[in-house]
Design a protein around this ligand. Structure first.
Ligand code: SAM
Ligand code: CA
Length: 233
């Protein structure tokens, strides 16, 4: 597998394989493995997060002592299950996706893992659902963590809403913030229209949040780029 096909921007496939085989797969929850393998069979399977990334998110959630979380972009529920496994038994994830049919693929495995009670799945476009959450009493500042992994062109719209829901000290993790490295593609690089548009949106997003005084930012090169924003104001 060429580095460009794998779920990492690491230049060496051998090093990535080493990380997975040495530090990730031996500690992988059996239901995470099952869902990873089922998802890989799906025609859009590459949309799922990478195993090293979900391992990282799980540890981050524990360090944060996260209890109330939000996920935008669920697909088969692979990052959702990683989140559920890292939360305490009374933890909760509001999980939003336009397509329940994707979530239904992973739901039996989430149930088998004993995690279904933590998931509040909401089907529909994320923006109106977020607007509703923001308008509901008691939601403001009530969330510890959000994983944003849906339509990249809306990341800045999600940012404004999710910041209202997040407590001070809470973290928003934005996925795919390097978009396959296309953020640095020269103008004459043969990119598809969609990739060109997403590279532009991603560059705009990365600049805007770095300039946002309400958050601290850490841009990680794990997977396809993961940007952590910690709310400070
Ligand atoms: N977080 C998942 C994981 O790591 O396994 C992968 C999510 S996948 C990259 C993106 C998902 O976002 C798709 O399932 C798609 O249906 C959903 N999506 C795209 N645009 C959306 C929108 N505007 N509102 C809600 N969901 C959306
Ligand atoms: Ca992603």
């Amino acid at each position: 597998m060429a580095a460009s096909d794998s779920k990492t921007l690491l230049k060496s496939d051998a090093v990535y394989k080493y990380i997975l085989e040495t530090s990730v797969y031996p500690r992988e929850h059996e239901c995470m493995r099952e869902l990873r393998l089922i998802t890989a069979q799906h025609p859009w399977g590459t949309m799922a997060s990478s195993p090293d990334e979900t391992q990282f998110l799980g540890m981050l959630l524990k360090i944060l002592n996260a209890k109330n979380t939000l996920e935008i972009g669920v697909f088969t529920g692979y990052s959702l299950l990683a989140t559920a496994l890292a939360l305490p038994s009374d933890g909760q994830i509001i999980a939003i996706d336009m397509k329940r049919e994707y979530y239904e693929i992973g739901r039996p495995i989430i149930e088998k893992a004993g995690m279904a009670h933590k998931v509040d799945f909401r089907e529909g476009p994320a923006l109106p659902i977020l607007n509703e959450l923001v308008s509901e009493e008691n939601n403001e500042g009530n969330f510890d963590f959000a994983f944003i992994d849906a339509d990249k062109v809306n990341y800045l719209n999600y940012h404004e809403r999710v910041l209202k829901l997040l407590r001070i000290g809470g973290i928003i993790a934005y996925d795919n913030t390097l978009w396959g490295g296309s953020v640095v593609a020269p103008p004459d690089e043969p990119l598809s229209e969609r990739d060109r548009e997403l590279a532009h949106a991603t560059r705009k997003f990365n600049k805007a949040i770095t300039a946002d005084p309400r958050v601290e930012v850490s841009h990680l090169s794990i997977a396809d780029g993961l940007t952590l924003c910690r709310r400070i104001a």
